[in-house]
Design a protein around this ligand. Sequence first.
Ligand SMILES: NC(=O)c1ccc[n+]([C@@H]2O[C@H](COP(=O)([O-])OP(=O)(O)OC[C@H]3O[C@@H](n4cnc5c(N)ncnc54)[C@H](OP(=O)(O)O)[C@@H]3O)[C@@H](O)[C@H]2O)c1
Length: 284
Amino acid sequence: MSIVVTGATGNLGRHVVEQLLEKVPAEQITAVVRDETKGAAYAARGVKLAVADYNTPESFDGLFAAGDKVLLISGNEFDKGRPQQHKVVIDAAKAAGVALLAYTSAPGTLTAALADDHRATEETLLASGVPFALLRNGWYHENYTEQLAPVLEHNAVVAAAGEGRVSSASRADYAAAAVAVLTGEGHENKTYELGGDEAWSFAEYAAELSRQTGKEIAYNSVPAEALIGILTGAGLPEPFAAILAGVDASIAKGELVVSTGDLSRLAGRPTTPISEAIAAALKG
Ligand SMILES: NC(=O)c1ccc[n+]([C@@H]2O[C@H](COP(=O)([O-])OP(=O)(O)OC[C@H]3O[C@@H](n4cnc5c(N)ncnc54)[C@H](OP(=O)(O)O)[C@@H]3O)[C@@H](O)[C@H]2O)c1
């Protein structure tokens, strides 16, 4: 029996593998990577590597074994049909008879277009009959704290989220929940709505940035069209800018406030406060 993690060389995947290594022997972990050289550090620590690509179904032939526990980390190729990519992994997991397939999805409350691929994947997974765990991850702190350069340059947090609040958490927090599900018992056919313990507004986020930097940083709430203009002006493709503006509209409606407590319960500790993520990002 192995614990198999796809997207293992991505940002979330790296946290998952690191935290798994604290709990289980390295030889019980398989990291699925697209680029073997990116997985070399894992291999050096005894983690098994499997090279596969969601776009190449054959690359998943024989990758899983009966009884494996699998974490399918959703892909980031928005233009390549992620539901079909994810189905490749689900089909291979079904053929092998895995014990559990956990999928990193989006909150059930999220109506933004970003959630469409996740809802489609969830349907495929449920229809497959494979024992599943839906890890409906809320928003990452890092979506904001890794984008501080323009904020600090213009002394402004720009969003189209109005007074909406978001209960984000760190990638390490979501990874801890995934690791708990992969290494624990009784998670079959469960759906977890995962979010940070505390929700914050963009005005509060700007105030916390001001406090930590000693600068006057304001929240500039703009309409969705203006945000799309700003993001495309900064080089983002229009479809992706529109998806992000759609997320802000969802935040304005309160759709990214997750108050189930599932994340801290699974992680076994409180989630990381946004103030800590800001401090870490400012330290560089
Ligand atoms: N909750 C949130 O706030 C939030 C924010 C952004 C994204 N997400 C979703 O959560 C996922 C994980 O987040 P993250 O921060 O770890 O994203 P990330 O750093 O972009 O990682 C994405 C991972 O997916 C892998 N991947 C992409 N296309 C693939 C393909 N065709 N075949 C095999 N692997 C493929 C990548 O492989 P390589 O390492 O080879 O590139 C990478 O490991 C994202 O992909 C996205 O679906 C969630």
